[in-house]
Each structure stands twice: as C-alpha cells, then as structure tokens.
Design a protein around this ligand. Structure first.
Ligand code: FE2
Length: 134
C-alpha cells in the first residue's frame, strides 16, 4: 500500500496531504480497530475541527488503520454489475448521521465520468479487482 495520501481540490488539483497522526492507546497495536471505533473517532474529529482540510488530514490515517486492522472490510464487496461495471456495498449508513462507509468494486476498464458529490469524502483504493482472480 502506498503511504501517500492526496487531497483533490474542487479545481481537480491533486496535492500531497500531510496527515496528522493520532496518539494511540498502548493496546492499540494488539487490539483490532473496529468500525464502530473508527466512526466514533471520525465524529470526534468533526466536532473538534471545522477546517475540512485538517479534518481529512486527521481522518486519513484512521482509514488506513481501519483497513489494516479489519480484514473483513477487504472482502466486503459485491461483484460489479455487468452493465454498470461497479457495485456498492454499504457498510454503515444511519439516518440523520452524515457519515456513510461503503466499499465500491469496479470492473477492470470501467470508468466513471468526473462528478461531484457536493461534499468531501475519503477514497481508499484497496486493490485492483483483477488481482483477486475472481
Ligand atoms: Fe462518485
């Protein structure tokens, strides 16, 4: 996994993102970093920080930690639809709570036109589907 995180601006500029490491508890290396802890940590950051760039700098390491710790997420995806070339698996979505966590699987060679979700988000590219030998 490449360790560089990138910030893509509204102007489509890609800027290397300097992340802010979290102080980890002593047992954090031996205990799984579970999805519910990730969500709580992200919510804490959203309450504490108002600057979106700083929020992303603090949340990106948590995403990396979650993916490294929760192997089940790496296999929690649906096979891409034959027509659209992609699938979405919702891992977390709660009414009246702004965070969602999804895994999206794309078929090789599938493309998505440039579009805007009108909010920030974090995309972690896990692995090309072709490498999974499905
Ligand atoms: Fe999108």
């Amino acid at each position: 996994m490449t360790n560089q995180d990138w910030l893509v601006t509204n102007e489509s500029q890609c800027i290397p993102l300097t992340v802010v490491s979290q102080d980890l508890q002593e047992d954090s290396c031996t205990q799984p970093y579970r999805l519910y802890r990730f969500l709580t940590d992200v919510e804490d950051i959203l309450w504490q920080k108002t600057d979106d760039r700083l929020r992303l700098a603090k949340i990106c390491p948590l995403v990396r930690r979650l993916l490294n710790s929760s192997e089940w997420i790496l296999t929690s995806f649906g096979l891409p639809d034959r027509e659209t070339g992609w699938s979405v698996q919702m891992l977390y979505d709660e009414p009246d709570f702004a965070l969602t966590v999804q895994t999206v699987a794309w078929s090789p060679q599938s493309i998505s036109p440039i579009h805007n979700h009108a909010t920030w988000g974090i995309v972690a590219i896990i692995r090309p589907l072709a490498e999974l030998n499905l």
